[in-house]
Design a binder for this molecule. Sequence first.
Ligand code: FES
Ligand code: FES
Length: 166
Amino acid sequence: MLSSIPITFTLNGQRRTVEAPPEQCAGDLLRDGLGLTGTKLDCREGECGSCTVIFNGEPACSCLMTAAQLEGAEVITVEGVGAPGTPHAVQRGFVLEGAVQCGHCIPGMIVSAVSLLERNPAPSEDEIRYAIAGNICRCTGYAKIVSAIQRAAEILAGEQAPAAVR
Ligand code: FES
Ligand code: FES
């Protein structure tokens, strides 16, 4: 049986300490240990992007990280993006553009898009496609997902504009 150690990190803005085996998959810890099942684990080898979280400000595959690597880190999962009554602009963009089919890839897409727009508020289509290149969608064909992220950038730009020009 694997022995557990205390791991302290910031998860969706809250400082947390959990007991987990240091070599446990970080994605499994998020899902099974902490109940954050928005993060999906499919390929478990860094190919599909369904397990994407924001790790110290950058998108990262939680399937490729150990629980020990979370120590001291700042992690944002899809549960930390927006809220049911106040969705994030990226979530609104996905709804407005009808960019969701089965939905399985969407948490990873949302997290990658949020990370992109935090680094680059006005990305080109090529930059959007590059940012989600690690997120595989088997349903949509990507066009509506790209439109959704463009729409989110417009929403965010509108929210930041002075009231007189909105
Ligand atoms: S489950 Fe992590 S990239 Fe596929
Ligand atoms: S919406 Fe089904 S995998 Fe992307």
